[in-house]
Design a protein around this ligand. Structure first.
Ligand code: MLT
Length: 407
C-alpha cells in the first residue's frame, strides 16, 4: 500500500503566488472590463539583450551540426561556464575553484533541493519574512511541526522589522541551517558586510551552515554593499551561495542558475570537502545538467559586452523601483527597499492587514501586489511591489494608486 508524504498535509494553504492568481481571476470574472496591473510576482518582462541572443543562437547552431552536436553534458555544468563564474567571484575578491560552482536550472530548484544533503534533525532558521521556498521545502522534508498561529512549530523565525532595518538579529539558541537572502526578497533590504560577518562568525562557532541566496546581487549599485557572502572572511567555511541569471539577464524562462558549495565548507559531522561531494552526488543522481543552449547564453551574459547590456536591463527595472517608491511616498505611503533591490516593501495604510491591503489595491487601483504576510508572520502589515514590468505599465499602476486608492 503506497502512502503519501504526510508533511504535505502540514503546508499552509496553497503556494503564495498561485493563491494570488486565484484571487485575481475571481476579481476579473466579476469585473471583466477592469485592466489589472500586475506588480505581484517578480517576473521579468524585457527581452534578452543582443549579445545574449547571439550566445543562445550559437548554442542552437552547435546542435545543428554533427561535428559540434552535444547530448548530455556534465551534470554540474560546462567547465568554461564554471570557470567564467569563478572569475566573476574573483572580481569581488572571492577566490573559488570551478569545481566549487555547480551550474543548475535556477535558484529556486537549488534553494529547494539544497536542504536534502542535510539531516532531517537540523534546526532551521529563516529570515521572517522570507521567500516561501526555504520554509515549504523544509516542511516537506519533515524539519518542522504543524502550522499553528501563522507559523510552523519547530522552525526558528528571525524577525526582520523596521526596528532592525529588516536584517535579523542573531538567532537565540542553537540553529544548524540558516537561510539568508540579500538583497532581500521580499523586503528589498541589503545586508552590510558587518551584518553578514556576524552571521558568519556565529555559524563558524556553532558549525552551522548558512544558505545564502544572492539571486538579486546584480541589483546592488552601492559599492560598499557585498554582492556575495564570500566577500566576508570565513564564509567559505560556513556558507553555500545560490544565484541565478533569472533577474539579472531575464533568464526566468531560459533557466540558468548555480550553487557554490566550497570545499572548505564544514559542519558538525562533515569535514571540509564532504558537503561539496554530497552536492555533487545529489546533482549527478537527480539532475542531468542545465540545457546546453542556456549555458551558451550564460557564457554570453558573463562576457564583458553581455555584462554591459545586462546592467542596462537591471537599470531599467531599478528605474521602475524608483518610480514605485517615489509614487507611493508622494501619497504618504511608507516604503522600504527599492534602492539596491527590485522590490519595494510598503507599510500597509491605516493598519490594514496584508490581505486587506491586497484586496483594496486590487479593487480600488486594479493593482496586484504581494501580501507581506504570505512571506511570514513578520510580513503582516506590509505589502510587496515588484519592479519587474514594462515601464509604461509600472507608471500606469503608480498613477492609478495615486488617483484611486482611498487613503
Ligand atoms: C518572487 O516574486 O518572489 C519571485 O519572482 C519568485 C521567484 O523568483 O521564484
Amino acid at each position: 500500500m503506497a502512502r503519501i508524504n504526510p508533511n504535505y498535509g502540514k503546508l499552509e494553504a496553497g503556494y503564495l503566488f498561485p493563491e494570488i492568481g486565484r484571487r485575481v481571476r475571481v476579481f476579473q470574472e466579476k469585473n471583466p472590463s477592469a485592466r489589472v496591473m500586475r506588480l505581484g510576482i517578480g517576473n521579468t518582462t524585457e527581452p534578452l539583450t543582443p549579445t545574449v541572443i547571439n550566445g543562445l543562437r550559437r548554442g542552437v547552431d552547435l546542435l545543428a551540426d554533427v561535428a559540434t552536436y552535444t547530448g548530455y553534458g556534465d551534470e554540474q555544468g560546462e567547465m568554461a561556464l564554471r570557470e567564467s563564474l569563478a572569475r566573476r567571484y574573483a572580481r569581488y575578491g572571492a577566490s573559488l575553484e570551478p569545481d566549487e560552482v555547480f551550474v543548475s536550472d535556477g535558484a529556486k530548484p537549488d534553494s529547494a533541493n539544497i536542504q536534502s544533503i542535510f539531516g532531517v534533525d537540523n534546526a532551521v532558521a529563516v529570515q521572517d519574512p522570507a521567500y516561501p521556498v526555504y520554509v515549504d521545502t523544509n516542511v516537506i522534508a519533515g524539519r518542522t511541526g504543524k502550522w499553528k498561529d501563522a507559523r510552523y512549530e519547530g522552525l526558528v523565525y528571525m524577525p526582520c522589522t523596521e526596528e532592525n532595518g529588516f536584517f535579523p538579529d542573531l538567532p537565540r539558541g542553537k540553529v544548524d541551517l540558516i537561510y539568508i537572502c540579500s538583497p532581500n526578497n521580499p523586503t528589498g533590504s541589503v545586508a552590510t558586510k558587518a551584518q553578514l560577518k556576524a552571521f558568519v562568525d556565529y555559524a563558524i562557532a556553532r558549525r552551522a551552515v548558512i544558505i545564502f541566496d544572492a539571486a538579486y546581487a546584480a541589483f546592488i549599485s552601492n559599492p560598499d554593499l557585498p554582492r556575495t557572502i564570500y566577500e566576508v572572511e570565513g564564509a567559505r567555511r560556513c556558507a553555500i551561495e545560490i544565484n541565478s541569471l533569472s533577474k539579472e539577464a531575464g533568464f526566468t524562462g531560459v533557466r540558468l542558475g548555480w550553487a557554490v558549495v566550497p570545499k572548505a565548507l564544514e559542519c558538525e559531522d562533515g569535514k571540509p570537502g564532504v558537503l561539496n561531494r554530497l552536492w555533487f552526488r545529489r546533482q549527478t543522481t537527480m539532475f542531468n545538467g542545465a540545457s546546453n543552449i542556456a549555458q551558451r547564453g550564460a557564457l554570453a551574459v558573463l562576457s564583458p559586452e553581455g555584462q554591459k547590456e545586462c546592467q542596462g536591463l537591471v537599470g531599467y527595472y531599478m528605474n521602475n523601483a524608483r518610480v514605485i517608491r517615489e509614487g507611493l511616498e508622494s501619497v504618504g505611503l511608507r516604503c522600504f527597499g527599492g534602492v539596491n533591490a527590485p522590490y519595494v516593501w510598503m507599510k500597509t495604510p491605516n493598519g490594514l492587514s496584508s490581505w486587506e491591503c491586497f484586496d483594496k489595491m486590487l479593487e480600488e487601483a486594479h493593482v496586484v501586489g504581494t501580501p507581506g504576510s504570505g512571506f511570514g508572520p513578520s510580513g503582516e502589515g506590509y505589502f510587496r511591489l515588484s519592479a519587474f514590468g514594462h515601464a509604461e505599465d509600472i507608471e500606469r499602476a503608480v498613477a492609478s494608486i495615486r488617483e484611486n486608492l482611498r487613503l
